[in-house]
Design a protein around this ligand. Structure first.
Ligand SMILES: [Zn+2]
Length: 416
């Protein structure tokens, strides 16, 4: 299965490349045979949005442990967010993450910060990071608040042929909020942040894209009106793309009723109407990709009271199964949202996201779309345990993951 459609075939791999796709290739090579009976062989999944926490927060995750989660989840590539310590805002830190990624169980593509230290007041050296292969820039964790600086960043990014990605949140408007502002925040007495805090920045950046002609990618959109604005910006012909996370199409603000910080995330879980709009956006193309926003936090951090705990939840091991289980889409449509569409946005379609064809790098995942399994937080390959899906039974499982010809996951087990 790839962007070109589906066919029944064997896939022959030699070294790090696919050398043939066709009938009866079993036994053609000298190596091992991996059984994909009853499964879908697809390009490896691509995550536009993972927090691997290294450097700086290795107690929560490392590039190695995060990449193992990714491989188990069917990913062969992840874009690592730059909100590390130090932030990925210079060639030196880009190189450090790239070096750590060389032995990982998936390809790790660092994103770069838009502003120095992600502080929002001075442009980071985008050109020197772009020269090292960085294709996506974001201050994720924060949005760039200053409209004039964002305009300059967009003009600069256009010239470098890189893409800016925005975590849309108006700081002043959502200051002090710990969940979605609405019926549930009132009932629970937890200060909320309104949908408008996200929507104002989506609206502004669509306007800046119109003004500059620059591409903009919206991260983890969570509200009905955000999805509608992106849909109409696309209809207008603007160079706008957007992602949504599994938690924003599977959970609502009512999950916060027990004050369990595992449900605290940024942007916050929204209402049932918003969930329905995110699902509709994924179905009709308003949203281009599913991204995990995999955000590991230690048990100590997540065991604090709701208003003190950091936002974020794990995502790499459950994204595919949540999409197959919860979205009313075909397997091919789900894989498109998780593989070849995000590969294009990340600027890595030459090596990830298919097609499954001779000559291409052998970055593949083998999915059993009908297998069911139950999420066990303690069994996660992450250093952290903050998944809100513990005990949930899901349909669709990754059986094997092949990275540059190497089987890194076989029969659901990481090989190293
Ligand atoms: Zn974010």
């Amino acid at each position: 299965m790839d962007a070109g459609g589906e066919r029944r075939a064997d896939v022959l791999i030699d070294g790090d490349r696919i050398t043939a796709v066709g009938p009866d290739l079993d036994g053609q090579g000298p190596g091992r045979t991996i059984d994909a009976g009853g499964c879908v062989v697809a390009p490896g999944l691509v995550d536009l949005h993972a927090h691997l926490r290294e450097p700086g927060r290795e107690e929560a995750e490392t590039i190695e442990s995060g990449s193992r989660c990714a491989a188990l989840g069917g990913y062969t590539a992840v874009v690592a967010m730059p909100n590390t310590t130090p932030a990925i805002d210079s060639a030196g830190v880009v190189r450090e993450v790239q070096d750590l990624g060389r032995t990982a169980l998936c390809d790790v593509f660092p994103s770069g910060a838009i502003t120095v230290g992600r502080r929002g007041d001075q442009l980071a050296p985008l050109a020197e990071m772009a020269a090292l292969g960085v294709r996506l820039f974001t201050d994720d964790g924060c949005g760039v608040q200053d409209s004039r600086l964002m305009r300059r960043a967009m003009e600069y990014a256009s010239g470098l042929a890189v893409t800016l990605a925005q975590h849309c949140e108006d700081d002043a408007l959502c200051g002090g909020g710990h969940m979605h502002e609405g019926e549930w925040s009132s009932r629970l007495g937890i200060p909320g942040q309104p949908s408008e805090a996200e929507e104002l920045m989506v609206m502004r950046d669509i306007a800046l894209s119109r003004l500059t002609g620059a591409r903009i990618h919206f991260q983890h959109l969570s509200t009905r009106r955000s999805v509608a604005m992106v849909r109409s910006a696309k209809a207008e012909g603007l160079a706008v793309t957007a992602e949504a996370t599994p938690h924003h199409f599977t959970l609502t603000d009512s999950c916060c009723a027990g004050y369990d910080p595992v449900f605290k995330v940024n942007p916050p879980l929204r209402t049932g109407t918003d969930v329905a709009a995110v699902k509709a956006g994924l179905a009709d193309g308003a949203l281009d990709a599913i991204a995990t926003d995999h955000a590991p936090h230690t048990q100590e951090a997540k065991e604090q009271p709701f208003d003190e705990a950091p936002p974020g939840m794990l995502g790499l091991e459950t994204a595919l199964a949540l999409a197959l289980t919860e979205l009313d889409l075909s397997v091919a449509d789900v894989v498109a949202l998780l593989s070849w569409r995000p590969a294009v946005i990340a600027g890595i379609a030459g090596s990830h996201g298919g097609p499954v064809a001779a000559g291409r790098p052998a970055n593949l995942c083998v999915i059993d779309p009908t297998a069911t399994w139950t999420v066990v937080p303690a069994a996660s390959a992450s250093r952290s345990r903050n998944t809100p899906y513990g005990g949930r039974t899901l349909t669709g499982r990754v059986r094997h993951t092949i990275l540059k010809g190497e089987p890194v996951v076989v029969d659901g087990e990481a090989q190293r």
